[in-house]
Design a protein around this ligand. Structure first.
Ligand SMILES: [Ca+2]
Ligand SMILES: [Ca+2]
Ligand SMILES: [Ca+2]
Length: 462
């Protein structure tokens, strides 16, 4: 039987939960950096009491800006990928629907609940005045009863409980709410997250590949714009390939983790990341110094781009937050970027978005032997080079037709702003940049990574 591995087995090197009283961390595998802290080994897990901190520390770190989310300055990947400046251009759009195919989600999480997709055919009242979300009827006739936020393909129902934490973490990186004084900020803080559960560690004998294919088909059928998938396997699946090809036909982007097998994917293929389809972006993970993680797959032919993936702070079930590591997390960064680009240019299809994201990344020599583009994700450039039409390594050459469309669209306020600003010779994005955006850039740009979370991260270049 085919199987799909969730990239958490090798990739989850640590989770930190913080609640009102402090922080604690445990690890699912040994890591050299762990030895720097005072560890107590217990059945393969490491408890790091040195990570305990207090509420006061978090308040101290809070940027005085639009985004008052207390943990934002602890999220190094946001700074690394130039998120603050990107948010000065757009924070996304609820019109952009992202299918997160993963372990489910905590639908009540304080930083996620507002950004969940709601199936319009399963919300509101039915003819008898009952809530369509819970009336036990497939109101929209899509084959799924009461599928409000998505579907659980493991248990074949609408309950999306995340019994692992991975899915909630990924959803948070993509689209945690901004400016709510809670937790973190997702890359695309205004977005609609469609939750499709394909794996549950508490359910034995799950056919992960079958559930994956069913999830992809649901996303295509129900109008997702982007699919985020952080699993994979070495087996080529014609069914899975065809489901993603169907997504390609509909202009849906498919962002896939390169995998955490320490492997060269050019030689040892991983799927779905390696299917030869134009709508797939394969993502590997980097640390703060732009090195691809030792655990991450790589390949100059098969892996498209790199994004932050080490010790990434995001949501966990039960209104908790914590760090996880791996190409899953990097994949979520790219998905968030794609959501911002799509929100900014809603006429874009998957291939356009893919071209821009890949071409506007920051070129890095360390990535030359690891990725096809030699680039790491840059959210701001993905949005602004798109607007300005300034040179950036072939971006204009491959998108000349699209660039003309931008400035020709009278209904697109950004195009109008760009055209008007171009006539006056000013940077249109400087005009759009809000006071809050500038404050946030200042807050994130000048601050060294705080040492509040313990000694380990201090040496890692945050
Ligand atoms: Ca339904
Ligand atoms: Ca219903
Ligand atoms: Ca938040």
């Amino acid at each position: 039987m085919f199987s799909r591995k969730l990239w958490i087995a090798a990739g989850c090197v640590g989770l930190v939960f913080f609640g009102g009283l402090g922080l604690y961390l445990y690890s699912t595998e040994s890591s050299p950096s762990r030895t720097q802290s005072s560890n107590k080994k217990d059945s393969g897990r490491l408890l790091e009491n040195s990570f305990i901190t207090s509420k006061t520390d978090k308040v101290e770190d809070e940027p005085s800006a639009l985004f008052n989310d207390p943990a934002i300055s602890q999220a190094w990947g946001l700074k690394k990928s130039d998120a603050a400046r990107a948010w000065s251009v757009t924070k996304g759009s609820r019109d952009i629907v992202i299918a997160v195919i993963d372990t489910g989600i905590d639908i009540k999480h304080e930083d996620l609940a507002s950004n969940l997709w709601r199936n319009p055919g399963e919300t509101g009242k039915d003819a008898q005045g009952r809530d369509k979300a819970s009336n036990g009827i497939d109101d929209d006739g899509n084959g799924f009863v009461d599928d409000v936020y998505g579907w659980n393909f493991v248990s074949n129902n609408g309950k999306l409980d995340d019994n692992h934490g991975h899915g909630t973490h990924i959803a948070g990186i993509i689209g945690a709410e901004a400016g709510n004084s809670k937790g973190i900020t997702g890359i695309a803080p205004e977005v609609s997250l469609m939750i499709l559960k394909y794996y549950d560690p508490k359910v034995a004998g799950t056919d992960n590949l079958k559930n994956t294919v069913a999830s992809i088909r649901y996303a295509v059928k129900m109008g997702a714009n982007i699919i985020n998938y952080s699993g994979g396997g070495t087996e080529f699946s014609q069914e899975e390939h065809d489901a993603i090809a169907e997504a390609e036909k509909k202009g849906i982007l498919f962002v896939a983790a390169a995998g955490n097998e320490r492997s060269n994917s050019d030689q040892h293929h991983y799927y779905p990341a390696d299917y030869k389809l134009r709508n797939i972006i394969s993502v590997t993970a980097i640390d703060p110094s732009t090195q691809v993680l030792a655990s991450s797959n790589y390949g100059v032919e098969t892996v498209d781009i790199a994004a932050p993936g080490q010790n990434i702070l995001s949501c966990l079930p039960g209104n908790a937050y914590g760090y996880m590591t791996g190409t899953s997390q990097a994949t979520a960064f790219v998905t968030g970027a794609a959501a911002l680009v799509m929100a900014h240019k809603q006429s874009f299809k998957a291939e356009d978005v893919k071209k821009y994201i890949l071409a506007t990344g920051d070129a890095q020599t360390q990535l030359a032997s690891k990725t096809r583009t030699s680039r790491q994700l840059n959210l701001y450039k993905a949005l602004t080079i798109l607007d300005q039409g300034v040179s950036a390594s072939g971006v204009i050459a491959v998108n000349t037709q699209n660039m003309r469309q931008f400035t020709a669209d009278p209904n697109d306020k950004n195009s109008r702003a760009t055209a008007a600003a171009a006539e006056e010779g000013v940077d249109p994005n400087a005009r759009e940049m809000s006071h809050f955006g500038r404050s946030l850039i200042d807050a994130m740009g000048t601050k060294a990574r705080p040492a509040k979370l313990g000694t380990k991260q201090e040496g890692e270049g945050f």
